[in-house]
Design a protein around this ligand. Sequence first.
Ligand SMILES: [Zn+2]
Length: 244
Amino acid sequence: MMDRIATEKQTARVTSPLQCWECRTALADEQENGIHFCSQCGKVQPLATKTDYFSFFGLTRKLGVDAAQLEKQFHQLSWKLHPDKFNNAGAYERDLSLERTAALNDAYRTLRDPAARTEYLLRLEEVRKEGKVKQQAPPDLLEEVFELNEHLEELRAAKRSGSDPRALDEQRHQLEKARGTFQHKLDQVLAELTNQFAAWDALLDTRPGDAAAKRTVLARMNEVLNRHSYIRNLVTNVSDELEQ
Ligand SMILES: [Zn+2]
């Protein structure tokens, strides 16, 4: 049995993903484009090396993703790849189904969220490198960030010194108000990001070979995304403090 699995695996590594590892049927191109099963025998296929989260779902790198359609595809694939369906399958195909399920979950989590989707594209297009992005307050927000941090510090101090409940409530109220302001800014910056999506998608339609124009849009998107993650972290920190 072990030998058979090893052989299967070896053959699969050589032929995949252009041919089905089981029946040798030719399977479209190596970019994957949403090919999860052999069209002939129905076996789960290994992930192609060039697969990215977009091609996994058969999508181009456009950012205007249809959320309802994506969710539907996700549920359908989860169902088709469910471990119960592979109880009688060979160990190799079971492994493939698990590998593909993991990729499915990662791809869905990333693509359904506009900010995560943008960050992923920026990494694919090599505008962003791996690792953490430095968090820097956008210059136009410095004053408000300073004020927010003051409210945050006051609430912490009030908690530490065991202030009376009414004083504590007042501090909370101030902080909630400040959080509201930043929540509003977060909505604005998300709207701005969505505008950039339209610009990017139009470029892919009309001038897919225009590298300079692409770089310009991506650079702008990178700035907006940095602003977004800075504000989102602020809001999260404040919410954490308010909930304690
Ligand atoms: Zn096949």
